[in-house]
Write a new protein. Structure first.
Length: 355
């Protein structure tokens, strides 16, 4: 039996070893879900027999903690679709892991809200795609899902559980962001809106058709005040090559990792490059293995498209999206390039006006 270490011991170990010790983990417990969201990057995959068992997830938690991780996010699919989810979460709590939950909330009633309270999550993030049943249910494909999700937020907040509302901004709900924000605030929650629609893991093109077009994106950026955000000059990175810039050098594989429902250790749920499988290898051997090491060694100079890019300062590059689009995690994803171009145009226009 591996010797159990205290949280302080693990934090000290991470401080001594630097970035080779992961800080956080994302556990994608299942692909099963009771909703059919049109934009789901899992493309509404369902749970299968080859997903990790209860014991395998408990072993994964043990290995993650022993490696130095002390914060986790449980996500899916829908985490409450797993009959053993509470057993897994309670074990993580017992091991001293701080964790957040990502759920659609439709399976949280008053009794389950009491159970969640006793899990002491750092926060619960609930997906909401509209401020009305018509919009939200139209996106989830399940009538009544809006009512259940909103009720879950109310139940959790009544128990003083921190709740964040997450939404993906698309053409069909771009006018809903402010109403959702106001609704969330009224419920005592906050809103995190993500306007990037990711391609599906099966390679389908239908999901990306829900992305906002250039004009819609321009209007959205202006409405959210993006033109007031400051960027980072390329020259600064050239002078400081070891600094992992958040916008182009992903911290995944350096400070965090993810585990898929089937046991694949991946940099994140979008960057789904398998670095090894926990059914065959230990987490430690995968984390210090050849693939993860190669990802960690990525430097700014390796991103040839970024070095001379005129819109770099306003870019939020995703290595996972780059690999999906170009086949190379070092590449330049066209969606990142499109958004940085639009934002650069907006900022240039604002500066010319003296704004």
């Amino acid at each position: 039996m591996t010797e159990r270490k205290s949280l302080v011991d693990l934090m000290m170990k991470r401080k001594q070893d630097g970035e080779l010790i992961p800080l956080t983990a994302t556990f994608e417990l299942t692909h099963a879900c009771n909703l059919r969201c049109c934009h789901c990057y899992l493309e509404n995959s369902q749970g299968s027999e080859d997903e990790l068992t209860t014991d395998q997830w408990l072993s994964c938690i043990d290995q993650a903690v022993d490696l130095g991780a002390y914060f986790a996010t449980f996500t899916g699919g829908e985490i409450f679709s797993r009959p053993d989810f509470l057993d897994i979460a309670r074990y993580a709590l017992k091991r001293g892991v701080f964790f957040a939950l990502q759920t659609n909330g439709t399976r949280i009633d008053a009794e389950m809200a009491d159970v969640v309270r006793d899990l002491h999550p750092t926060k619960v993030e609930i997906s909401l795609y509209g401020a009305s049943a018509e919009v939200h249910d139209g996106i989830t494909g399940v009538p009544g899902s809006f009512r259940k999700s909103v009720k879950a937020i109310e139940l959790l907040r009544n128990r003083d559980i921190k709740v964040g509302v997450k939404t993906t901004v698309m053409s069909m709900n771009r006018d809903q962001v402010q109403p959702i924000r106001e609704m969330a605030a009224g419920l005592g929650a906050w809103l995190s809106a993500d306007p990037v629609v990711m391609p599906g893991i099966k390679g389908g093109d239908e999901i990306t058709s829900y992305r906002m077009d250039d004009d819609e994106y321009r209007e959205y950026m202006i409405s959210q005040g993006w033109e007031r955000a400051t960027g980072k000059e390329v020259e600064d990175l050239v002078r400081d090559n070891d600094r992992p810039d958040r916008r182009v050098l992903c911290p995944s594989a350096k400070k965090r990792f993810s585990v898929s429902a089937r046991g694949e250790v991946i940099p994140c749920v979008i960057w789904r490059h398998s670095c090894g499988n926990l059914k065959e290898q230990s987490l430690e051997s995968i984390w210090f293995g050849e693939t993860m090491t190669r990802f960690r060694e990525l430097a700014f100079e390796d991103l040839e498209a970024c070095v001379g890019c005129e819109t770099y300062e306003n870019c939020v590059r995703c290595a996972g999206l780059a690999e999906i689009e170009t086949g190379d995690y070092r590449g330049c994803p066209s969606e990142s390039r499109r958004l940085s171009r639009i934002l650069t145009e907006i900022k240039d226009k604002t500066r010319r006006k003296g704004g």
